[in-house]
Ligand binder design. Structure first.
Ligand code: IMP
Length: 436
């Protein structure tokens, strides 16, 4: 039995969708445990590109069970749209494939409107959210005002909760945020309609996972966003509203930390970020433009151009510490093939001092200057390489250098977007971590 968490090591968009999809072959159950449809996991299978926002990437294997844990915030309209789209493409034909936690919170129309209106009011100081209502939904959860899937299945309880919420949200939207309020009956009917379609999928995901573990099944926990967007440990306030680090898998899926076998971190061979916030290695020149173009760095959820820069070792070292990582999956190595020289940020300089770790607060990180090492590029196409030994020597050196600098094993190198364009050095479902 192996229970493995996959986490993003940077600011999201590291290519987790591909890694989860690849490793799902060896798992029985795939679980989403935080975030919502702010995520966009791109998976390329054959000629098809599938972008998943809520349903775990495991959905592309018909025999694998997909779970949406209690820690996820779910927009039911988006979930149903995604299910319909998958079914149209020939996936997700069996109702038994999906189980949604009865304790997962719902994203309501007022959450979306509040998210967008607040960003508008913040002007220059905005966070750059995805506008999907994620923050307001998690706020209601913490304020104990949220509406959960379980509530939706009880019409009277749902009506009462919705009424109580609108009595606060409508004045807030109209008076403070200068926007429009909502009609109770319209939302009630809309959401009861969603309940009719979704109730067969709702249940106790924690109990389900526990039973699966007792039967020796392999479980894959699929993180969304990335370590540095974590509400506690990220570049606050430029973060999302959930715990994106590995610990979030325990609270967001209802399992104990002793059940986790390994935590694998996914990092691009360079760095990207969408939205506002500090980014020490950001390149605002033609090199950054080249990374964006070659890496097709445009958001899978909002289509926004991603900010691009060189790989940042302090950022990765923080992710290793915060998640207790046992291995790294290094993605998009092929994107670096075009560069004569490649830079690696090994530390930061701030007010004459050297930092090997990410300093807090975000204001300090904003002013940190990256200290770079420059190494020669390999200038060769990597897409058809399947064994580590067949990589050009300089590409191998790059991977080994990342291992040395982070003191962590790179278990996988991704050299293209397709499943098969991967060099798997160690399969965590088959072999445990290397002993140091
Ligand atoms: P929110 O999660 O929509 O509230 O957005 C908060 C911040 O997290 C913004 O900077 C978003 O761009 C960023 N963010 C949220 N989800 C993702 C993701 O899946 N990938 C990358 N960035 C994300």
């Amino acid at each position: 039995m192996a229970n493995i968490i996959i986490i993003g090591m940077q600011w999201g968009d590291e290519g987790k969708g591909k890694i989860v999809d690849l490793l799902t072959e060896f798992a029985d159950v795939v679980v989403r445990f935080q975030g919502g449809n702010n995520a966009g996991h791109t998976v390329v299978v054959g000629q098809q590109t599938v972008i998943l926002h809520l349903i775990p990437s495991g959905a592309l294997y018909p025999e694998k069970k997909c779970l949406i844990g209690n820690g996820v915030v779910v927009d039911p309209q988006v979930l149903l749209g995604e299910m319909d789209e998958l079914q149209k493409r020939g996936y997700f034909k069996n109702d038994d494939q999906l189980l949604i936690s009865e304790d997962a919170h719902l994203i309501m129309p007022y959450h979306r409107r509040m998210d967008v209106a607040r960003e508008r009011m913040k002007g220059e100081g905005k966070i750059g959210t995805t506008g999907r209502g994620i923050g307001p939904a998690y706020e209601d959860k913490a304020a104990r005002e949220g509406i959960r899937f379980g509530d939706l299945l009880d019409e009277e309880a749902f009506r009462e909760k919705l009424k109580a919420n609108l009595s606060v949200k409508n004045p807030c939207l109209e008076t403070c945020l200068h926007d429009k309020g909502f009609d109770l009956e319209a939302i009630f009917q809309e959401y009861i309609g969603y309940a009719g379609r979704l109730k067969k999928y709702v249940g106790n995901t924690s109990v389900f996972i526990d039973r699966q573990m007792k039967q020796g099944r392999h479980i894959l926990f699929e993180g969304a966003q990335g370590t540095h967007l974590d509400v506690d440990h990220g570049t606050y306030p430029f973060v999302t509203s959930s715990n994106t680090v590995a610990g979030g898998a325990c609270t967001g899926a209802g399992i104990g930390p002793t059940k986790i076998s390994e935590v694998i971190g996914v990092s691009k061979a360079y760095t990207t970020r969408v939205g506002g916030g500090p980014f020490p290695t950001e390149l605002k020149d033609e090199v950054g433009e080249k990374l964006r173009e070659r890496g097709r760095e445009f958001g899978a959820t909002t289509g926004r151009p991603r900010r691009c820069g060189w790989v940042d070792i302090p950022l990765l070292k923080d992710a290793i510490r915060l998640n207790g990582l046992t291995g790294i999956a290094l993605t998009k190595m092929d994107v670096l093939s075009e560069f004569e020289t490649i830079r690696i940020c090994t530390s930061y300089r701030y007010q004459g001092q050297r930092y090997e770790e990410v300093p807090s607060p975000a204001k300090v990180l904003q002013e940190c200057q990256p200290v770079y090492e420059e190494i020669p590029g390999w200038k060769a196409e990597l897409k058809n390489i399947r064994n580590f030994e067949d990589l050009p020597p300089r590409a191998r050196d790059y991977v080994r250098h990342v291992e040395e600098l982070t003191d962590t094993e790179v278990i996988l190198v991704s050299v293209g977007e397709r499943r098969e364009e991967t060099i798997l050095r160690r399969n965590p479902f088959r072999h445990g971590p290397r002993k140091s």
